[in-house]
Write a protein that binds this ligand. Structure first.
Ligand code: 5GP
Length: 186
């Protein structure tokens, strides 16, 4: 499970690390936020209306879900089941509250907190500029709060240099996959 503030580079690191582990697969979350240019349905997210999302909450289809800066995001149980049926290890990318909730329910889940210095986070969020400036300010404020939660996670990866951070991330994933294989063999 990968968590950390928006702008820390979780997505970039995941894209660098995923190709190194064919058995690892990224879980596609559902969200009510609007699709950004270059994002595809079923690849980056399942883009749902609020009504569709609410129906899935009522039907108990989410492992976890959150309201993050005015939009809903959630992990569908069906997405995790689908990957497990393929014999693959699911990798979840979540904001911090969702990650804490999943960790409580699945103690064996390994959590990696990706972080970057606050001024760097702010610079990245502003340069992304796909959201209005009010939303960006709110994301920066949320990022500051999320940085305080670091102690709740198993590993911290400082994303100051993306190649170095990707190597550190990959080493943790290798160890976690090894641990999972050992557990499955017992
Ligand atoms: P973005 O709008 O930038 O794609 O995502 C905003 C935040 O929501 C990011 O921190 C991302 O990790 C988080 N996020 C994406 N999918 C999920 C999810 O299924 N559950 C939770 N709790 N957070 C998610």
């Amino acid at each position: 499970m990968v968590t950390g503030p928006s702008g820390a580079g979780k997505g970039t690191l995941i894209q660098l690390v995923l190709p190194r582990f064919p058995e690892l697969a990224l879980v596609v979350s559902a969200t009510t936020r609007s699709q950004r240019p270059g994002e595809h349905e079923g690849v980056h997210y399942w883009f749902l209306s609020r009504e569709e999302f609410a129906e899935k909450i009522a039907a108990g289809e989410f492992l976890e879900w959150v309201d993050y800066v005015g939009n809903l995001y959630g992990t569908l149980d069906s997405e995790i089941d689908r990957l497990r049926e393929q014999g693959r290890a699911p990798l979840l990318e979540l904001e911090t509250d969702g990650a804490i909730r999943v960790k409580r329910r699945a103690e064996n889940a390994v959590t990696i907190f990706v972080t970057a210095p606050v001024d760097e986070l702010e610079r990245r969020l502003r340069s992304r500029a796909t959201e209005s400036s009010g939303v960006i300010d709110e994301r920066i404020e949320t990022a500051r709060r999320q940085l305080e939660l670091v102690a709740q996670f198993d590993y911290v990866v400082e994303n100051d240099n993306k190649e170095r951070a990707a190597d550190a991330f990959a080493a943790i994933v290798a160890q976690a996959l090894d641990g999972a294989a050992t557990m499955a063999a017992q």
